[in-house]
Design a protein around this ligand. Structure first.
Ligand SMILES: [Zn+2]
Length: 306
């Protein structure tokens, strides 16, 4: 079987997996702070730099694995389902209407499929969890909060690539300013950044989510409150999602999911409170068991199946 590449573009680094079917045969991580690239450069210059970094990473794999046929990329932005254009990337300021699929496939002469990063991860989880017929929801808690829905065996991206952009659902009217331009979005509370901000607002002390998880386990009340706030906000949003689409298989992934124990109680309490009675107790929420390879795997599988 020919191989495929799956790339997961994160906030400050990228992960590249070479897959033989569902099997990961090699993983490479490389430093790529695309957020800073976009902040420090004009959009055209930033875009050329991003293309250069990705091209170089992909071409090194071609040398090692000449039978690579397709490349899938999970990208942190809204991808137009027909044109594959990146309509907007809230955490990559300035990027607009660029076409990663076209630009990259022109350079490397292979098929390149680009999908929203959380939707790619959702597809990866769907493949790894036996392709459940009721579909699957993936929530990625990382630098931001992403969401992806697989329904009828396919990623559901909506007409503009914005479906399941749950990180930008309002949980706090007139709340914290978000990268998308609105206020009070979920990801300002339930992402790694959001947890850090909750703690900072309460203590004026700037710590990262990893340090805060450690403090919370040691019973620091303010650190615990920051994680409770994250769980509460996510529970509220999950109740809304279920009332709209009723897909009970939920996988929580992303770096912050390692601290799910610290959010779980407030999440469950809020979810239970906000759900319609008929759905109470019927939502199966699990932390990803895929060691976070789901994003790469899903992107690779989407490139193979496209
Ligand atoms: Zn937002």
């Amino acid at each position: 079987m020919s191989k495929s590449i799956g790339i997961d573009i994160g906030g400050t680094n990228c992960r590249l997996g070479v897959f033989d079917g569902l099997q990961l045969v090699n993983e490479t991580r490389f430093q790529a702070d695309f957020m800073q690239t976009c902040k420090n450069n004009l959009p055209d210059v930033a875009w050329q730099q991003i293309l250069r970094v990705l091209t170089s990473a992909i071409q090194s794999e071609f040398i090692r694995y000449p039978d690579i046929q397709t490349i899938g990329i999970g990208f942190p932005g809204f991808i137009h389902p027909q044109t594959q254009c990146i309509a907007q990337a809230p955490n990559l300021p300035g990027l607009k209407d660029v076409n990663l699929s076209c630009d990259l496939s022109r350079i490397i002469a292979k098929k390149v499929v680009v999908e929203n990063d959380a939707l790619a991860a959702a597809y990866g989880e769907y493949c790894l969890n036996g392709k459940p017929s009721a579909g699957l929801i993936y929530i990625g808690l990382g630098t931001g909060v992403g969401g992806g829905l697989i329904i009828d065996g396919k990623p559901f991206s909506g007409a503009h690539g914005v479906a399941m952009e749950v990180g930008h659902i309002t949980v706090e009217p007139n709340g914290r300013l978000c990268g998308c331009g609105n206020r009070g979005c979920l990801e300002q509370y339930a992402s790694a950044t959001g947890v850090g901000n909750s703690y900072f607002l309460a203590t004026q002390n700037r710590l990262n989510a990893f340090e805060l998880a450690k403090l919370a386990i040691e019973n620091d009340v303010q650190a615990q409150a920051a994680f409770n706030e994250a769980g509460r906000a996510l529970g509220q949003v999950m109740a809304h999602i279920q009332k709209i689409i009723d897909v009970p298989n939920v996988i929580i992934g992303g770096g912050l999911s390692a601290s799910w124990d610290l959010m779980q109680d407030s999440f469950n309490a809020q979810l239970d409170m906000d759900l319609i009675a008929v759905l109470r107790g019927k939502i199966n929420v699990n932390v990803s068991g895929a060691d976070d390879i789901a994003g790469m795997l899903g992107a690779a599988m989407l490139s193979v199946n496209a």
